[in-house]
Ligand binder design. Structure first.
Ligand code: F6P
Length: 328
């Protein structure tokens, strides 16, 4: 293993996700294992521009594997999108004697890393951290599994009250551009309908389906809606529409929101975060750069950052079919 790299920085950027702390811990401990220094950067690229660094060692990351959020904090930096901002960030890295950086985040984070690497040739390695699972080159992103479990648990609870009052609930889950959370949590919670950005069900078909559902003897229903669903109506507009067209329904809305981004990571997310941290640091030490670590069929892989951010990960068509059959 090449030992040219002596000091590695780690940052978390973009929307936080459960498992980010576990990934930071893994990066820091892998550095310690290989006898190299590690440095945390506060508030993502903002902290990089301002030189907001903290030296880390194996002991400074104890007790965080089970904690949601990111102790390094996260931000969406407008300044890093500018040439001047990136120049300042580069100056700070040089001043601190940092040789490479691990970026934990989603497509915005990786796009920034890629531009930075192109401009300065500075070694970067990505770890996919976002609850949306909208990154290519990995089966799952960090935090996605936890978010799914959070969403299913919340929908189960909504189901209890929906059933008691014979109500229809529109439950909005996160997913601005992709429907992975909606589809999987919807199937997992036995939703009657699932609306996702990848498929346009059409409002008329939704109404027809709800009518059929009522006639078939269902007294309560759950419709899971991804933030960015194709019908293009918010959950509140959907409620108004159904109120106006299906008088027999008593409709309520529940927006799960940012609770999906928090909470203690599942065992899956903790384990995969630990594996990704090791792979990220060791890949940098092997002289690799401009990749994102991922898992494909449970094997650790490297995907060029450029590919990771191109297009969104594909929705599982087989699962859409399963969902259709389950709602018969
Ligand atoms: O991290 C991705 C995401 O969770 C999206 O699903 C959601 O639309 C967005 O973040 C909301 O982010 P914020 O409120 O932090 O801007």
């Amino acid at each position: 293993m090449s030992q040219k790299i002596k000091k590695i920085a780690v940052l978390t950027s973009g929307g936080d996700s459960p498992g980010m702390n576990a990934a930071i811990r893994s990066v820091v401990r892998t550095c310690a294992y290989h006898s190299i220094e590690s440095v945390g950067v506060y508030r993502g690229y903002e902290g990089l521009i301002e030189g907001d660094f903290v030296p880390l060692d194996a002991r400074s990351v104890r007790g965080i594997i089970n904690k949601g959020g990111t102790f390094l904090k996260s931000a969406r930096s407008k300044r890093f999108r500018t040439v001047e901002g990136r120049k300042l960030a580069h100056d700070q890295l040089l001043k601190e004697g940092i040789d490479a950086i691990v970026l934990i985040g989603g497509d915005g984070t990786f796009t920034g890393g890629l531009i930075f690497n192109t401009e300065y040739g500075f070694p970067v390695m990505g770890i996919p951290g976002t609850i949306d699972n909208d990154i290519n080159g990995t089966d799952r992103t960090l935090g996605y599994d936890t978010a799914l479990n959070t969403a299913v648990e919340a929908i189960d609870k909504i189901r209890d009250t929906a059933h008691s009052h014979d109500r229809l609930f529109f439950v909005e889950v996160m997913g601005r551009d992709v429907g992975h959370i909606a589809l999987n949590a919807g199937v997992g919670a036995g939703a009657e309908e699932i609306l996702i950005p990848e498929e346009d069900m059409g409002i008329e078909r939704l109404v027809e389906s709800l009518e059929r559902s009522k006639k078939s003897g269902k007294s309560s229903s759950i419709v899971v809606v991804a933030e960015g669903d194709k019908i293009g109506k918010s959950v509140f507009e959907l409620k108004d529409y159904v109120d106006a067209h299906l008088e027999e329904y008593d409709v309520r809305v529940s927006v799960l929101g940012h609770m999906q981004r928090g909470g203690s990571p599942t065992c899956y997310d903790r384990v995969v975060a630990s594996r990704m941290g090791v792979k990220a640091v060791e890949s940098l030490l092997e002289g690799k750069s401009n990749y994102m670590v991922g898992t494909i069929h449970d094997k650790m892989t490297l995907c060029p950052l450029e590919k990771a951010i191109k297009g969104k990960s594909k929705i599982n068509k087989e699962l859409i079919r399963v969902s259709d059959i389950m709602t018969t």
